[in-house]
Design a protein around this ligand. Structure first.
Ligand code: APR
Length: 317
């Protein structure tokens, strides 16, 4: 059990995170900070705390509008920022369109982290994912192994779910990787998709896989469109916690994570989704998986999109 986990943002994802941490007994203390008034973080924490006798969990939850509540956190999960939401005309923005708003919020987050828990492992979930992690890293000057973005676990989970349903097999049987940026040109890696260790093509035909991969790339938007307000929040929370558990319990688990690349995959200085080994040291190793020519080209395109958004980040002091 960890001593303390900090949560930045007490909205939809933050709420599921706090409840799950209590249910799983992951930490003795949970701290949540949110600027929304009167005091949404305090309210969320009180709600969950009042239920802990029912689930028999000795977890202390403290919410606040002030960042110093995070002091002593070994891990911090950042979900501060506006989500995508359906517009009155039924359309919804891309994740990149959230940048202007969420960049300002991220700078406040970086400030709070720097003052209160500069040594914590950071898992960031706010969108546009790759650019927000990049900004946090630049502002914090943290070790690259200790700051990661959560996107690939969720995107891979969506791919796995669609494959399991199409093949009529357990989700437990499906392994898959989605790499690149967390945008609509993310890259489902078919050559790495296995059903009980066998190539996915032995179970599902090419056109069906094409459709599954197209759906995977837009899966976040599909949920936004259906919810009518806000974006997916349960699956992102579970995904972030899978990463936290891999690090906290030194699992040496290979997951698709958004991490700083310094030459791997031919990428320099950007945070991009790739397979990496997570253990007690955080991101202990980036795994360079063999890709087909088509997958390489798709990854390059996705990286170009990430680079474009990060250039916009760099233009703002
Ligand atoms: N510090 C702390 N919290 C903040 C700050 C800040 N400076 N600015 C905003 N917040 C809070 C909001 O008040 C809100 O309660 O962040 C919370 C975000 O919660 P939701 O709006 O419910 O959004 P959620 O669905 O949780 O998604 C959060 O993750 O997946 C991404 O695109 C999504 O960027 C979005 C983020």
């Amino acid at each position: 059990m960890l001593k303390k986990i900090g949560l930045i943002g007490g909205g939809q994802i933050g709420g599921v995170l706090a409840a799950e941490i209590a249910t799983r007994r992951l930490a003795r203390e949970v701290a949540m900070v949110d600027v929304k008034g009167p005091d949404v973080a305090k309210g969320k924490c009180l709600d969950i705390a009042e239920g802990t006798p029912v689930i028999m969990a000795d977890v202390d939850l403290e919410g606040s509008k002030a960042y110093d509540v995070l002091k002593g956190s070994e891990f911090v999960i950042n979900t501060a920022g506006v989500p995508r939401t359906v517009r009155p005309d039924g359309t919804y923005p891309s994740r990149e369109e959230l940048l202007a708003t969420n960049l300002k919020i991220t700078d406040a987050v970086a400030d709070g982290l720097k003052k209160n828990c500069p040594k914590a492992f950071i898992i960031s979930v706010a969108n546009p994912l790759d650019a927000i992690v990049y900004r946090l890293y630049k502002k914090l000057g943290a070790a690259k192994s200790r700051i990661v973005g959560m996107a690939g676990v969720l995107d891979s989970s969506r791919y796995r779910y669609f494959v399991a349903k199409a093949a009529g097999v357990s989700v437990e049987n499906v392994e898959a990787l989605v790499l690149g940026g967390h945008g609509d040109d993310m890259v489902p890696i078919r050559s790495c998709c296995r059903i009980a260790g066998m190539p996915v093509e032995e179970f599902i035909d090419g056109p069906t896989l094409d459709a599954i991969e197209a759906r995977t790339r837009k899966a976040g938007g599909e949920v936004v469109g259906l919810l009518g307000s806000g974006s997916a929040f349960v699956s992102p929370a579970w995904s972030a916690l899978q990463m936290l558990e891999a690090i906290a319990f030194d699992k040496k688990k290979i997951l698709a994570v958004c991490t700083l690349l310094e030459g791997e995959y031919g990428v320099e200085g950007l945070f991009v989704g790739v397979p990496a080994l997570l253990g007690a040291g955080g991101v202990e190793k980036v795994i360079e998986v063999k890709l087909t020519a088509g997958e390489k080209a798709a990854l390059k395109k996705s990286v170009t999109s990430v680079a474009k958004t990060c250039a916009e980040v760099d233009a703002v002091n």
